[in-house]
Design a protein around this ligand. Structure first.
Ligand SMILES: Nc1ncnc2c1ncn2[C@@H]1O[C@H](COP(=O)(O)OP(=O)(O)OP(=O)(O)O)[C@@H](O)[C@H]1O
Length: 257
């Protein structure tokens, strides 16, 4: 099986400071992989290079074997890479279903502004996606009145409307209550399993990471210091040293996360 995403010796420096340094990894089809690390470790910089928002200082990114290094975000998106953001970006004045319909219109390369009957387009497809993320009953509510957790689920439906083979999720559960976090990541894990898509996500909540990620990579000061299963990462001395003091690798009550 060949990787969906291949990253080779990726580096980025800002004014001589290495934000990401010589990072290499593969992401396989159907894999749910976490990229963790303390604040400032280089996770967002890494994501931004994968999605085309930032040009790497050096290194290569391959998508299903094709080089995509330095391509603009829209080209990479067109190649089947979806992304969700730390801060949700929905159209507040529209309903939940209309937000997904708009994403579908864009996916099908139709132009929303010039289609007078746009609100009817792809309605069934939008409802099916909302069903998938458990939001069908809220289809006709305005986004402006949604709870934060529901906005994050809507954002996932919007990302899926593009039928990505690879989904990059930047702190998908940031700002959510613990129960909502577990539910969103369980939903993501189910989608990965059922649709065979690959997901790379960054996350500060170690309960979420250790429960759901098939494979975990740890960044520190721009460098990958460990990669492995949850058990391997928990046992890794370098990882423990990095998180010591931060206290985020283990649950607050002292048991393993
Ligand atoms: N545009 C930029 N210009 C200069 N320095 C930057 C820029 N973007 C990031 N950095 C620096 O690069 C390093 C990595 O930052 P990055 O945001 O990628 O870390 P992170 O792991 O995503 O952190 P967090 O968990 O807090 O989001 C930090 O030292 C940061 O200050």
């Amino acid at each position: 099986m060949s990787p969906v995403l291949k990253v080779e010796h990726l580096s980025k420096s800002f004014d001589g400071v290495d934000a990401v340094k010589d990072v290499s990894f593969d992401l396989m089809p159907g894999e749910l992989k976490a990229l963790i690390g303390p604040n400032g470790a280089g996770k967002s910089t890494c994501f931004n290079m994968l999605m085309g928002q930032l040009k790497p200082s050096s290194g290569e990114v391959f998508l299903r074997g094709k080089p995509v290094t330095g391509l603009p975000p829209r080209r990479i998106w067109r190649m089947g890479v979806g992304r969700t953001f730390q801060i949700t970006g929905t159209y507040q004045s529209m309903t939940v279903a209309e937000n997904v319909q708009m994403a579908l219109i864009s996916h099908h390369r139709r132009l929303f502004a010039v289609i007078p009957y746009a609100y009817r387009l792809y309605r069934d497809e939008a409802l099916a996606l909302l069903e998938l993320v458990g939001m069908a009953d809220q289809a006709d509510r305005a986004c402006s009145i949604l709870a934060y957790g529901d906005l994050k689920r809507l954002e996932l439906a919007i990302a899926l409307s593009h039928r990505p083979g690879l989904l990059l999720m930047d702190e998908p559960t940031a700002g959510m209550a613990p129960r909502e976090r577990a539910a969103l990541m369980q939903l993501t894990a189910d989608i990965v399993r059922d649709r065979g898509i690959s997901v790379l996500f960054t996350e500060h909540d170690m309960d979420v990471v250790f429960t759901h990620a098939h494979h975990i990579m740890v960044l520190n000061r721009g460098e990958l210091i460990a990669a492995g299963t949850a058990a391997e990462i928990r046992a890794d001395e370098r990882v423990q040293q990095v998180y010591l003091g931060g206290g985020t690798l283990f649950s607050r009550d002292g048991r393993d996360a």
